[in-house]
Ligand binder design. Sequence first.
Ligand code: NAP
Length: 255
Amino acid sequence: MKPVIFITGATSGFGAATTRHFASNGWKVIATGRRRERLAELEAQFPEFVHGIEMDLTHHESIKAAVKAIPENFQPVTCLFNNGGLALGTNPIPDIDPAHWRTMVETNIMGLIHTTLELLPLLKQVGRGASIVNVGSIAQRFAYPGGNVYGATKAFVHQFSANLRTDTMGTGIRVTALEPGHAKSEFTAVRTGGDFEANEKMYADNDPLMPEDIAQTVWWLANLPAHVNVNVIEVMPVCQVPQRPVILKREEFSA
Ligand SMILES: NC(=O)c1ccc[n+]([C@@H]2O[C@H](COP(=O)([O-])OP(=O)(O)OC[C@H]3O[C@@H](n4cnc5c(N)ncnc54)[C@H](OP(=O)(O)O)[C@@H]3O)[C@@H](O)[C@H]2O)c1
């Protein structure tokens, strides 16, 4: 039987690249996201390997329905790639849109925990060798102006992953928090409300991680020997360097 991976956010960026990588290498993929036409493209590209299911991470009922709709020949599930998510807005507090905050919490936190909850029975059927890869971000550890709620949702992913490991202890299921840095995708276009020019500009003069780099990392994690659990993996492009904390001069204070 071929192994199966369930991917959230398969319509773009990391999720689309991971769908292609796994399907090209003989895994079956349940590809989920809201944009049906993009799921259809993936299905057309890999007819026997990709099954697309429309799913909205912000609605628990939608996640339940998606899991119910998994065809029998795409069960049980060997790997859950909890990847779907987003950042909205770039302004520091208080110049923010509360609706953005709510959407990030509902998607990056509630969506991820509801997906995990609904998929666990199918992962437990595989047990030893199964894995959950949760996409966090370096933003959970390195603060930046405007990162406010986005970074905090990813801190949740970091700690939830560690706690989930303790709750699934004895099932054989591995849990990893995968925390990427600067990576090219549609992330910045979404964050800026559809500014694809800003998206291109963000990556134009540097060499970011590419979605395929993340796909390869997930592939490595999912195919490690069954007794190996990578708890946290932080990945940055060579061009990105974490800096020491900033110290303000007295005259730089506004009050
Ligand atoms: N790019 C980076 O620099 C970077 C760095 C660290 C972490 N990350 C994280 O990596 C993950 C993937 O992002 P990406 O960079 O690949 O960005 P992306 O190209 O914008 O892809 C985001 C994916 O999330 C899905 N999504 C968003 N809201 C959703 C919802 N309500 N329901 C279902 N799916 C939803 C989108 O699908 P639909 O719109 O079709 O629903 C899309 O497939 C995110 O969790 C992001 O926070 C990104």
